[in-house]
Design a protein around this ligand. Structure first.
Ligand SMILES: Cc1ncc(COP(=O)(O)O)c(C=O)c1O
Length: 492
């Protein structure tokens, strides 16, 4: 019975966390949906019935339902009641409560390979819904959909048979030219269009590098803390991850790291993910000479360099490379929308033919009409205008978030990485339980990720990774103080 489940959950939450009644009911209903006790599309009892069954005031019930509706768990249909949204994710029955940044292992893990178990382990994407402050997400609601649709239609109408085939040349030539022009001018990458390979995004770029440049068991240095997506791509290719600590000048390998010689070094030098550190110039030169000494390839992930808000412009690491060992990758996820699944990899000239052939054999690339539409989108200046608009709007959101966080700063609480990108990192003292803090915020409908959840080996980092790309300015202004108050209560 639903009401029995809700009562027992509320009872538990009331004793455990001393939450107010409407918050207890909100949590209990949310858990009922995630556990599948209230299935997608199912009708909720009326607020009057719920109030009666649970012995609550109608206002309490309405407050909980309103919050769940705002967050997209529930939808009201005029004249017919309130229903569970069809898209509510379902977690396995009986799974432990979600902790931000952590995902419970699949219930039925039997039969998985060792690699499968490692890939479904602790270090992974969050299942948390997109809410104010979710990091890594752009505001794709601002994307010019009508224009995009028109371009798509045009290129589908023009598509000649070749455009429907697999593609052998690394992508649609005008798109590769447009990408090369952009990277040459804005990122100081040294390249010809021929060196650009269009991929389905950074994951595919990383997989290609891992498979073509390293063998099973070879070592890849990854930043610690790290982007889980890259770590997973390397694990899937059977590489041994060696975490190298990051400080405020970026990745900082020492003698102990040199004892684990790398075949590949993966890094995010423009805006380290997640701490936001910008790699200093001396550190860049040092890294390139370390790579040379080890004969290692360097994989530069320049995932959000389009957005730079303060400080001098920084160009790519690839631009400093004099012996052709940096492979540069970027994505359209942050300026257009993540589901476009288009990114690019720039490979040194001697590797171009091998990469194109392997890309063709392993991935059977295609999507030419989509690539043609994107090429025209860039050539006609729409990409630059979208970028200009987005920069302006993210700059305002970033300023609002910084303003909201200002009162909690001081001592060991400080911000890193706010110069660029779509997220910043609020650093907290090592004694703070950042996972508990993120969980507390999730209960208030605010999604942030605990910094410790990105750490591979180190134990000393605590903080919150906070996104300002997704939430509209008013939501940041509204919820920023709430975020600051929660931080002050737990960490101040
Ligand atoms: C460091 C980093 N690289 C790459 C990506 C995503 O790239 P793609 O969507 O092309 O896989 C992300 C997304 O959040 C990221 O944080």
């Amino acid at each position: 019975m639903l009401s029995e489940f809700l009562l027992s959950e509320m009872n538990r939450l009331g004793t455990q966390d001393a939450l107010p009644l409407h918050r207890q009911l909100y949590e209990a209903l949310r858990r009922a949906m995630l556990d599948g006790k209230l299935g997608p599309g199912e009708r909720l009892p009326s607020s009057r019935d719920l109030a009666q069954d649970l012995n609550l005031s109608r206002n309490t019930v309405v407050a909980a339902i309103n919050q769940l509706s705002v967050e997209g768990y529930l939808e009201s249909r005029v004249g017919s009641g309130t229903y569970v949204n069809e898209n509510v994710p379902r977690i396995h029955p009986g799974a432990a409560p979600l902790r931000p940044g952590l995902r419970s292992a699949p219930a039925a893990a039997g039969g998985l390979s060792q690699r499968g178990l490692a890939l479904t382990g602790r270090f992974c994407a969050s299942e948390l819904e997109v809410q104010p402050f979710t990091p890594g997400i752009a505001d794709f609601s601002a994307f010019p959909l009508t224009l995009w649709q028109r371009l798509q239609n045009k290129h589908w109408r023009m598509a000649y048979p070749d455009m429907l085939d697999y593609n052998t040349s690394g992508g649609y030539a005008p798109l590769r030219r447009a990408i090369a022009d952009y990277l040459r001018v804005f990122r100081s990458v040294q390249l010809d269009a021929d060196q650009v390979i269009v991929t389905t995004g950074t994951q595919q770029s990383l997989e290609l590098c891992a498979r073509l440049l390293a063998d099973h068991g070879d070592t890849v240095w990854v930043e610690d803390p790290a982007y889980w997506g890259a770590a997973k791509a390397f694990m899937a290719s059977g590489l041994a991850l060696h975490p190298v600590a990051v400080d405020d000048e970026g990745i900082h390998p020492g003698p102990a790291d040199d004892a684990q010689p790398p075949r590949l070094i993966y890094l995010t030098p423009s805006h380290q993910y997640p701490t936001g550190a910008v790699m200093s110039l001396p550190r860049r030169h040092q890294l390139l000479s370390t790579a040379r000494a080890h004969g290692a390839w360097v994989l530069e992930d320049d995932y959000d360099s389009e957005y730079r808000f303060s400080g001098p412009p920084i160009s790519s690491l690839e631009g400093l490379d004099t012996d052709g060992r940096v492979l540069y990758m970027g994505t359209f996820s942050k300026v257009l929308y993540p589901g476009i699944k288009l990114g690019y990899l720039v490979v040194p000239k001697p590797l171009v033919a091998a990469f194109k052939q392997a890309h063709y054999d392993l991935n059977r690339p295609g999507q030419m009409p989509l690539q043609a539409a994107l090429a025209e989108f860039i050539e006609m200046g729409h990409f630059s205008s979208a970028l200009r608009r987005a920069r302006q709007s993210y700059a305002e959101r970033r300023a609002a978030l910084l303003e909201a966080l200002r009162p909690v700063l001081g001592g060991e609480i400080f911000i890193s990485g706010a110069e660029q990108g779509l997220h910043l990192c609020l650093r907290l003292p090592a004694t703070v339980d950042d996972q508990a803090l993120a969980l507390r915020l999730a209960q208030q409908g605010l999604t942030v990720r605990p910094l410790s959840a990105y750490c591979l080996a180190r134990q000393d980092l605590r903080g919150l990774v906070i996104g300002y790309g997704y939430a509209p300015l008013v939501a940041i202004q509204r919820h920023g103080p709430q975020l600051a108050a929660a931080v002050r209560a737990l960490a101040g």
